[in-house]
Design a protein around this ligand. Sequence first.
Ligand SMILES: C[S@@+](CC[C@H](N)C(=O)[O-])C[C@H]1O[C@@H](n2cnc3c(N)ncnc32)[C@H](O)[C@@H]1O
Length: 186
Amino acid sequence: MHQRPTQFPASESHRLVNEDRRKRQPVEIIVQRIGPKVGEVIADLGAGVGYLSIPLADEGATVIALDFQQDMLDGLRERDNGLERIRVVRATLPEIPLPDRSLDRAVMVNVFHEVEDKERLVSEISRVLRSKGRISLVDWQARETERGPPLHERVPMEKAPSYFPGFVLEKSYDDLNYYHLELRRE
Ligand SMILES: C[S@@+](CC[C@H](N)C(=O)[O-])C[C@H]1O[C@@H](n2cnc3c(N)ncnc32)[C@H](O)[C@@H]1O
């Protein structure tokens, strides 16, 4: 029987920012690999409580944080010290309620495997990205790990680029628990 992917519950949001996560998936490394530029407009798709949105805004990017759980967005607002460069938008992916060609980059950290209609999501990302816009995709390795979503829901690193027709894989990082792909729109 077809089952929808498991969704990370807002009641567990403390696990998105605790010490254990900071050790296993340091946000500084993700930000360094992304290399955000001052003034860049970035959508954090499935932003949670802003593990990535806040450091990206601290680097000078304008961040649009989207999530379908209002509690996550409220948690982000509690943590962001009133940073004006972050805008929160409640939205259910694959829909991205943003104008065409309005973004320099979209980022998804530990989210892609949770979205059921991946093809539609990628088509939405293509619509909202400017030409040469980038997508940063970080997700769980599709192998047994100490923690993480069910194995059968994970997207293998080798297969992930095939979900992004019209994008070129510029960089890839193959870590123990996670992978990070940097893709650019052709
Ligand atoms: C594992 S958490 C990761 C949060 C954040 N990216 C991070 O790295 O801390 C997954 C997030 O994606 C959000 N999410 C999952 N499916 C979604 C959907 N279809 N639309 C919007 N948000 C979604 C969840 O609400 C949750 O906040």
